[in-house]
Design a protein around this ligand. Sequence first.
Ligand SMILES: Nc1ncnc2c1ncn2[C@@H]1O[C@H](COP(=O)(O)OP(=O)(O)OP(=O)(O)O)[C@@H](O)[C@H]1O
Ligand SMILES: O=C(O)[C@H](O)COP(=O)(O)O
Length: 399
Amino acid sequence: MKTIDSLGDLRGKRVLVRSDFNVPLDGTTITDDGRIRAALPTLTRLTDAGARVVVTAHLGRPKGEPDAKYSLAPVAARLGELLGHDVALAEDVVGPSAQKTVAGLEDGQVALLENVRFDARETSKVDAEREELAAELAALADAFVSDGFGVVHRKQASVYDVAKILPSAAGDLVLKEVESLSRATVDPERPYAVVLGGSKVSDKLGVIANLLTKADRLLIGGGMLFTFLKAQGHPVGSSLLEEDQVDTVRGYLETAAANGVEIVLPVDIVAADSFAADAPHQTVPADSIPDGTMGLDIGPESGALFASKLADARTIAWNGPMGVFEFEAFAAGTKTVAQGIIDATSAGAFSIVGGGDSAAAVRLLGFDEAAFSHISTGGGASLELLEGKELPGIAVLTD
Ligand SMILES: Nc1ncnc2c1ncn2[C@@H]1O[C@H](COP(=O)(O)OP(=O)(O)OP(=O)(O)O)[C@@H](O)[C@H]1O
Ligand SMILES: O=C(O)[C@H](O)COP(=O)(O)O
């Protein structure tokens, strides 16, 4: 991959940086700023070099038009605090405000463009539409640095197309992530265990087919476990479910059995009456979730089972919390798995935590980040790398 050094002397140059600032928010309060902090090395390196830094990023999944709920204003404020000087936020993506903000930048200053997904062309499946937005972004800069590792699996204008127009390089975060994750993709030490959870079920079910050819054990928790339970013929109440994936998942179970890959499913579930922090709840066997209740965490027996399957692993990748860890009552499964991974790491395993929410869970639940071998800022991106896929936002930076 091309590095920032390859861009030459950047003093006085306008450098467009794609960062991943898709941080968890509670209203306008950032509940975990890990992704912003992870972006700082590249940003300060560029400002130290005298560049005029223009950052583009997304937040959430707005519908291709401005939506105040997804404004990057809280991010601009936090970034300014962390950098120690104000970060101007343009009111639009590439319009008059963006152009004026960039024109006002001095050497060594940083500005942020408003949520790039406020422009429908960013995520368009039509090449020409993305290319048009990429050209407008490129017109704001002299060079491009791709540093939003969490989004390099997206073939989007600010990630992929713009890199084809400007002299481009991978930022330090992207380089570090790719190097660390390669320990799990290039000849991993075995047993290799992958723990999957979270709520982006449709995104993540697809990765299982590929992981079945790479990992020795797959531990399934979080929102996707219910599609597995359903595939085994069990009731799941009103839990998260991808009904149209049930047959596919049944196929995964068969393939795993035929290939000698162990799929470990929870044996008990914490089922709640509703999706709320104070919802009445009970622990029930995984094969009999009562009607009208929803599974919001794996149960204690499952936690112990998962920990035992991690204890002798030599490589571990974890993506997605085991339950709704944001609510204290449903955080135990995620805590037990995090502790299991930490114990295995102390015993010599190489461990990767992937996913904005998983990394946030580790910090919010009070675990020491240094107790894991690598905490990735990427969710889908780290998973796709683990699957062995070529990521568009990486491929485009390769000579
Ligand atoms: N059983 C469940 N039902 C509903 N939501 C769940 C369940 N288990 C976990 N979650 C939710 O999953 C969310 C995290 O899922 P996600 O797939 O986004 O994780 P991630 O891969 O770490 O993050 P990202 O893809 O954003 O980097 C958390 O907010 C958590 O509350
Ligand atoms: O949170 C993430 O995983 C990245 O920021 C990508 O977001 P997306 O899944 O909405 O493309």
